[in-house]
Design a protein around this ligand. Structure first.
Ligand SMILES: Cc1ncc(COP(=O)(O)O)c(C=O)c1O
Length: 377
């Protein structure tokens, strides 16, 4: 178990912040690195051509290490939607083929596929929420030769409902479907065995469980897709772009690996140093250790909430870092107001309360949430 790391964050005592799934706070050190990085733009002569590459490569490598991939497999992207658009532009999807999604999946991972289905004459197949929370079984039951693309998360963004991605990846390969993953709500807090899952594309914005800044995320591109078509044609993605004096010797070839898919102006001088500090810290803690620590915290909250009459997804069917508390009689009146008064930050999603702690939370935060629930139930 990792002891509470609140001292590394700027969280006032009166705030019980249990909402990492909404947006993580930055580490104080990451914020300081960002402030310093932004200030460099006041003195542009201190930014050298090498700086267009060094931090991008460092962040790429750190993310690759976290994922168990190679730096060559990673592109820098501004949002999940951007990475998903790269995937959509580079996957086969014949007329009449199916694109498989979960019910109530995050919109960026729905609209992308609705649009592709429209363009290609394909069909979106939405897996209904299984009453027993067995998303894996429900996906496997519909994953057959008619499916061209399965576009899925590792856990459902509303309540942490877990998918067995190794089993789903295996079935995808058996039936010839591509596998596209949006791991925004899990990577960094839930281990993922890349070699077992073998996704075609995987996207992860940085501002939630990667503890990074907004507008800087990562796209994994499997080696077989790395000669694909980028969404845009920016100069730095081309071969020999390091040589600023010869940029007009236009090149047909790209930088190696997945770098061709980097978003334009990916050398984000202000944000990359923030992301680097955060990724280094995550690697120092270890994802397995983070996962075990957060699983213990949510399990303790789940047990106390269950005693008050709330229900949750069974622990083996939800991601350990992610808890959805359901109100069998509906959300009690006054709950949002009471949470706000007590400065307890969680997310209300329909009839479920999303509770997503991180290492900065302590027992007092859990007590304050439970006290609000107890008062209203
Ligand atoms: C599952 C999931 N994917 C993606 C995002 C963010 O998408 P985008 O980066 O396209 O804004 C969120 C934000 O809440 C999310 O929960």
């Amino acid at each position: 178990m990792i002891p509470c790391q609140r001292h590394l964050f700027d969280l006032p005592d009166e705030i019980a912040y249990l909402n990492c799934a909404y947006m993580s706070p930055l580490l104080k050190r990451a914020a300081a690195a960002g402030a310093q990085a932004l200030a460099r733009k006041c003195r542009p002569w201190t930014i050298s051509p090498d700086d267009f590459f060094a931090d991008s490569e460092r962040a790429r490598q750190l993310f690759a290490t976290l994922l168990g991939a190679a730096a060559d497999d990673i592109a820098l992207v501004p949002a999940a939607s951007y990475g998903l658009a790269v995937a959509a532009a580079n996957l086969r999807c014949a007329p009449g083929a199916r694109i498989l999604l979960l019910a109530e999946q995050f919109p960026s991972n729905v609209y992308t596929w609705r649009e592709l289905a429209r363009q290609r004459g394909a069909e979106v197949l939405t897996i209904e929420r299984p009453p027993d929370d067995d998303w894996t079984g429900a996906v496997l039951a519909r994953l057959d030769e008619r499916v061209a693309i399965a576009a899925l998360p590792h856990c459902h963004w509303t309540d942490g409902g877990l998918l067995d991605l190794a089993a789903i990846g295996r079935r995808c390969r058996e039936v010839g479907s591509a596998l596209v993953l949006d791991v925004t709500q899990s990577l960094g807090a839930l281990p993922l065995d890349l070699a077992a899952v073998l996704p075609d594309f995987l996207v992860c914005p940085g501002y939630k469980w990667l503890l990074g800044p907004y507008s800087l995320g990562f796209l994994y591109v499997a080696p077989q897709h790395q000669d694909g078509r980028p969404l845009e044609q920016n100069w730095i993605a081309r071969e020999a772009s390091e040589d600023f004096a010869r940029l007009t010797l236009y090149r047909e070839r790209y930088q190696p690996g997945a770098r061709r898919f980097d978003v334009g102006e990916r050398s984000n001088f202000a944000l990359l140093p923030v992301s680097i500090v955060a990724l280094e810290q995550l690697l120092a803690w270890g994802v397995e250790e983070i996962a075990a620590t957060l699983a213990a915290r949510t399990a303790a909250i789940a047990a106390r909430a269950t005693a008050l009459g709330l229900s949750t997804t069974a622990s083996d069917r939800r991601a350990g870092h992610f808890l959805g508390l359901r109100f069998p009689q509906g959300v009690p009146p006054g709950l949002p107001e009471r949470l706000a008064e007590e400065r307890v930050h969680v997310s209300l999603r329909g009839a479920s309360l999303r509770v997503t702690p991180h290492l900065y939370n302590d027992e007092r935060d859990s007590d304050r949430l439970l006290a609000v629930l107890e008062a209203l139930l």
